[in-house]
Design a protein around this ligand. Structure first.
Ligand SMILES: Cc1cc2nc3c(=O)[nH]c(=O)nc-3n(C[C@H](O)[C@H](O)[C@H](O)COP(=O)(O)OP(=O)(O)OC[C@H]3O[C@@H](n4cnc5c(N)ncnc54)[C@H](O)[C@@H]3O)c2cc1C
Length: 335
């Protein structure tokens, strides 16, 4: 049986940041991920300045293209015509396939490809699939993390399941502006157009799964409408929009509200339900929680949910923003 003092299940931003910090502190750590990196991760790939700072990195140190975002939001009729994105400091876009691979490599932690299934307690430690043993276990396996499913109570609340459709593709002549759309009538959800630094763009749309079920509407139809709106706005040409095939992904927001630490076991990132409900910002909290869990494993600080920063739209819940939203037909023209 392979032993490591700390085993991290999942090598996304949460797991790789935790691994990097543990390696830096001289700890014996192993990362298990079911995917081989670089791996595809459906995500708009927008990160905040705080996430970059928490990594202890500068933008110059990032080896791939990174774009500073000029963000336009569309909540027609919101008081004072709000059309900027009120987060402190700057926002950037990265491609997840590049960003996550870089994070994992920079951690210098050993990584094994293994899809974790069963985990049991073994005295003070844990045994994984009768193959791995550790003293400290970190669940960083995303919204369906096997560590949470095996060792913590509570399953994600179905009512908080978000269905998304998304596509990342090269569009060299794309606009450099990031556009966010919040809907109230019709689809209860949001959509985005996020340009990337290397001529790519990521577009997507998401809404509560419950909405699609209750309204009998199909997310693909909403996505087609959204593509039509992007054509009207001049952000996409008709040919590109017409041939677009998006990929779907179910996702949970704030779906787990239980403990994030039990004995020597920690939940970080999406496995702890840390993505924000308003914008789905999850990369920042994943990084922050990974750092905090690593410090706690080293006996340097406590790890609690309350200690992890939640921001994006200043912590304003989506339903509160939606109270002010009165759609007026089609989206405004991009300018
Ligand atoms: C459509 C969409 C758009 C988004 N856009 C943004 C955005 O623009 N900005 C932002 O900040 N957040 C965004 N998010 C949220 C963000 O993607 C997540 O919050 C973030 O990826 C969380 O990081 P993580 O490390 O916790 O989990 P993940 O990145 O999901 O990594 C989990 C890892 O665990 C591995 N794993 C899973 N199960 C197992 C298993 N059984 N055994 C071994 N390994 C396993 C997976 O292979 C994966 O590599 C978006 C999410 C979605 C769905």
């Amino acid at each position: 049986m392979r032993y490591a003092e700390t085993i991290i299940v999942g090598g996304g931003p949460a797991g790789s940041t935790c691994a990097a910090e543990l390696v830096k502190r001289g700890q014996d750590v192993l990362v298990l991920d079911k995917a081989g990196f670089p791996r595809l991760k459906l995500c708009a790939g927008w990160i905040t300045q705080k996430a970059v700072d928490d990594l202890g990195e500068t933008l110059d140190g990032y080896p791939h293209p990174i774009l500073k975002l000029d963000i336009r939001t569309y909540f027609p009729k919101i008081p004072f015509g709000l059309n900027w994105f009120p987060t402190p400091a700057a926002n950037y876009s990265i491609r997840r396939t590049e960003f996550d691979h870089w994070l994992l490599e920079r951690s210098r932690a050993p990584v094994e490809k293994h899809a974790v299934k069963a985990i049991v307690r073994d005295g003070e430690g844990y045994v994984i699939d009768d193959t791995y043993r550790c003293r400290y276990l970190v669940g960083a396996g995303g919204t369906m993390c096997p560590v949470r499913r095996n060792l913590f109570d509570g399953t994600p609340r179905k009512s908080l399941q978000i269905a998304t459709l998304e596509k990342e593709f090269p569009l060299p002549e794309r606009s450099d502006r990031c556009h966010l759309y919040f809907f109230r009538r019709g689809l209860r959800g949001y959509a985005w157009f996020v340009p990337k630094g290397n001529g790519h763009v990521n577009i997507g749309l998401g809404g509560k799964s419950k909405y699609f079920k209750n309204s009998g509407t199909n997310i693909h139809d909403h996505f087609r409408d959204f593509l039509g709106d992007l054509v009207v706005q001049g952000l996409l040409d008709e040919k590109t929009a017409g041939s677009m095939k998006a990929t779907g992904h179910p996702y949970f927001m704030f779906a787990y509200e239980g403990d994030v630490r039990r004995d020597n076991c920690f939940l970080i990132g999406d496995s702890a339900g840390l993505a924000s409900i308003d914008l789905g910002e999850g990369i920042g909290p994943a990084i922050e929680s990974g750092m905090m869990a690593a410090a706690a494993i080293c006996g340097d600080g406590v790890y609690t949910r309350a200690g992890i920063t939640h921001y994006s739209l200043g912590g304003v819940p989506l339903r509160l923003m939606q109270r002010f939203y009165r759609p007026k037909g089609r989206m405004p023209q991009a300018n």
